[in-house]
Design a protein around this ligand. Sequence first.
Ligand SMILES: [Cu+2]
Length: 125
Amino acid sequence: MQRSPSSSPVRLLSVLAVVVVASALAGPALAARAHATATIKVKVTAVEFKFTLSPATVKPGTVTFTVANKGKLSHDFKIDGKKTPLIKPGKSASLTVTLKAGKYPYLCTVPGHAAAGMKGTLVVK
Ligand SMILES: [Cu+2]
C-alpha cells in the first residue's frame, strides 16, 4: 500500500483503528473456522422394539442423530445424557451431541421399551 504524501497523523490513526477493529472481528471467525470439523450424521430408525443406526460406528466429533420413528408407537432416543422429544409414529427428530472416543449406550426412555430391545451401544473410535 502506498501512502500519499498528504497523509496526516489523524488519517493514519483512523486507518489503524479500522485495521484493529477488522482483525478483532476476523480473529474469532477464523479461529472458529479452523476448529470446525464436519458434523457426522447418523440415521437412526426406531421400530418396536429396536434401533438401527447407520453408520453403527462413528469417529469422535459432533454427531447429529436423525431419528425416524417407523414404528406404530411413540419412541424417543437418548444418548450421552441427551434425548429427543417423544417422536410420534411416522415423525422424526434430531439430536446433536459431541462425543469423544468411547462406548455410548443409547436407549428409548419410554417405559418397557429399552427392556424390550430398544437399546444398544454406539462405538466412537
Ligand atoms: Cu420406544
